[in-house]
Write a new protein. Sequence first.
Lengths: 338, 60
Amino acid sequence: MSQMFGTTGQRVLTDREIAEDILTSHKYLSNYYYAPAILESMDPGLRSTFQQIHNDTQSEAKQVFDYLNARGWYRPRQADAQSVTELRNIAEESRQIVSALSSGGQKFGTTGGVTGQTVIGQTGIDVQTGFGRPATQGIAMGGTTGGTWGGTAGAASVGQTWQSTAGQGNLQAGTGWQPSYSQPGQWTGTQAGEGQSGMGPSSVAQWARWGGQPSWTGLQSGGWSGHGGVTAGTAGAASAGQTWQSAGPSTWQAGTGWQPSYSQPGHWTGTQAGEGQSGMGPSSLAQWARWGGQPSWTGTQSGSLIGQTGVAGATGITGGFQSTGAYAQSDIRNRELS
Amino acid sequence: MPLTQTETWYLSECIKGETLMCQKLASYANQVQDPQLRNLVNDLQRTCQRHVDMLTNHIR
């Protein structure tokens, strides 16, 4: 490329450099100015203006890109085969997760076989050979250490890395001792992953803070709780200093608290939603009780306590728990509340 | 409706960004060699000026 010099001897920009700078500037304006400005605007007129300009900016950026691309000055590199394969796996995994959610949550983990899944329920211990709806009222995951869990989101043992495919692996709940037997009801577990290590208060906590009901009642909706699970997972993975890979692959980190899965008749330990575990913010339920409400386990049956504990074990694994785990919890709650 | 603090901030940043963009495009229009690119730059500059007008109209 020949260099051009102006009358003062200073090098002037080439057409390519000028076009590239215009494209870069448009990208910057679009990404860092207009996109967030739209999201942050409350005034409808201003929001509309930002949206119009954002659209213009993106359209102009495309024109500049076409100019560069037509001259061979901007040729995005083709994806390699491995990346495409990984992308396909991720897409397939996501389709399965979404499909499981849209089917009303009757099933999940349809692709991941489960062997030796221990289910803690009201009636004790049951062994599932699949990961459909649990046969007992209880929790279908996480209560035992080393149980193999194959949800659609996959699972991995502590310290291992998620595979991009809907995989299965050893699920180890929490770092503490978590026996798989059950007794009636003392809940010491966590709730929906909230407050697990490194996580701040969940949205559920916000909800409770506004005078709402304890968070578990808000988790009746499978979709809603599923979303919360994803959120919790993301936060958990981040707190562990580990990296998510798109739709779930991640390294899981167990919670730090001791979360026995057995229970005894009902006194509230005050350990709610994993609070007291490392780096956790206040839980919703603890907040709620502090403001004069009832402790969150009130109104649940012993099965739910056990179930909660089981979930706590699962959510002790911050990270890839995602919607599947949360769903299991909501499923149980639906049963109990119905 | 009075603007929020956040809206005010984004509005000011966008106005400054568009103004700088206009200045650059005006300068580029005199530098480019390719007539096709010059036309494109001129079009972009006009749009940019319109954007500044749209944004400044929200300041009452």
